[in-house]
Design a protein around this ligand. Structure first.
Ligand code: CTP
Ligand code: MN
Ligand code: MN
Ligand code: MN
Length: 404
């Protein structure tokens, strides 16, 4: 038993954007539990609950040491009744009963599997579940109409649920840089998202593209996509023009030069190993069933067949010389680049907290395009992330410490 006096109390700011959150998490037992409940809430379209659990998890990630007693948490912000109950359960019993029963639930498992398909969100998954579809096998046999993204997502399901490594992100970065250089010299590519925050793996790779001369970036995305497509680098792509329109008096530019943030959600075909230099990805080695299911093999039972099929799939996977990787490409004009970099570096909660801070504490509106001061009724220009933090009256937090 630890006495009151021996207990180390923590002092933590209430907004995640005021805190330095590295990847060095001393309370992963607690943050894993809270994150799972956040995810479950989000999968059930309970956004308010989701944010509450995300904030609680982020607070625990920011603590400098491992929590051992509930009394250490006294006076801390962001911890609601529900989150405290979960934390108490984990501290006392090693696990949270709510987390365990959620993990076991048929609905949670199905939501995880179905939203694991690129292009499938919580609403679609919910509809399918109500129609009795709980897994990929049932989905494949259901006759459901899938859109282009979902078809691609289902086809590359295993690859897309396999974490992307930093080495793979760098290899894709080289390809994107080459594409961008080829279509418009002087263009710049920045790695954003989790990899910019120093994560070693991610669910995708995020890039921001710009050109130092304002306006030169216009029309860049379709050219980059065409370059990549013609060389067989894309398994799927959907390019969307951004609908962002500037209002009021800034960033003051003529209508012809309004925002042209364009985005491309894509699936890259990444050749494994060092072959990336070749601009033409090679075709997959055709592994024939006979390589694994040799003629002398007797298949008597379903279990044997299942085992053989599993071996076959593992063999096939190990022979495959390429993999599918989710890649996000965004083009920003140089005048908005600092805001775009800040907005696309994440984490998602850090971004949400920055915008909440701006609105609630500074009467400003922050987006990935601009910062508007509602008091002065004007846009605040910036060419670096440091300037944006300064406008917001926040200490500068480098990307590696935005892992809230
Ligand atoms: N983002 C965004 N608009 C979207 C999707 C993402 O502005 N429609 C931003 C998010 O706010 C985040 C960044 O892009 O800051 C990266 O998002 P994402 O790739 O989903 O997350 P990561 O932090 O990169 O994590 P992961 O490693 O799982 O990819
Ligand atoms: Mn530490
Ligand atoms: Mn990402
Ligand atoms: Mn992304």
């Amino acid at each position: 038993q630890i006495s009151e006096a021996e207990v180390a109390l923590f002092s933590v700011s209430s907004y995640a954007c005021q805190r330095r959150t590295t990847l060095d998490n001393h309370n992963s037992n607690l943050t894993d539990a809270l994150s799972l409940l956040a995810e479950n809430a989000e999968l059930n379209n309970e956004d308010g609950r989701g944010v509450a659990f995300r904030r609680a998890a982020a607070l625990m990630k920011a603590l400098p040491t491992q929590v051992i007693s509930m009394s250490q948490l006294r006076g801390l912000p962001c911890l609601g009744e529900h989150s405290l109950r979960v934390i108490k359960d984990v501290l006392e019993n090693g696990v949270s009963s709510e987390v365990e029963s959620t993990k076991q639930s048929k609905r949670y498992k199905a939501l995880k599997i179905l939203t694991g398909i690129f292009g499938v969100g919580a609403k679609t998954a919910d509809r399918w579940i109500r129609e009795g579809i709980y897994n990929l096998e049932q989905l494949r046999h259901s006759g459901q109409t899938l859109n282009r993204a979902q078809k691609s997502g289902l086809e590359h399901y295993d690859d897309l649920n396999e974490p992307v490594t930093k080495a793979e992100a760098d290899a894709i970065g080289e390809i994107v840089q080459k594409a961008v250089d080829s279509v418009l010299t002087g263009s710049q590519v920045a790695l954003t998202g989790g990899f910019r925050r120093g994560k070693l793996t991610g669910h995708d790779v995020d890039f921001l593209i710009t050109h130092p001369e304002e306006g030169k970036e216009v029309g860049l995305m379709p050219k980059v996509v065409a370059w990549l497509e013609s060389r067989g680098f894309l398994l799927y792509q959907k390019t969307t023009r951004n609908s962002y329109l500037e209002s009021k008096d800034g960033p003051a530019r003529p209508a012809s030069n309004m925002d042209r943030f364009e985005r491309c959600f894509s699936i890259f075909k990444l050749t494994k190993g060092k072959e990336q230099e070749s601009t033409q990805p090679e075709e997959q080695n055709d592994l024939k069933t006979k390589d694994v299911l040799r003629p002398h093999m007797q298949v008597d039972t379903d279990q044997q067949l299942c085992e053989l099929s599993k071996n076959y799939q593992m063999e096939a996977a190990s022979h495959k010389i390429w993999r599918a990787v989710r890649v996000d490409l965004v083009v920003s004009p140089i005048s908005q680049f600092a805001f775009a970099v800040l907005g696309w570096t994440g984490s998602k909660l850090f971004e949400r907290e920055l915008r909440r801070w701006a609105g609630h504490e500074k009467n400003m509106s922050l987006s990935s395009h601009a910062l508007f001061d509602n008091t002065q009724n004007k846009y605040l220009r910036a060419t670096s992330e440091e300037e944006i933090f300064a406008y917001l009256g926040l200490e500068y937090i480098p990307p590696s410490e935005r892992n809230a």
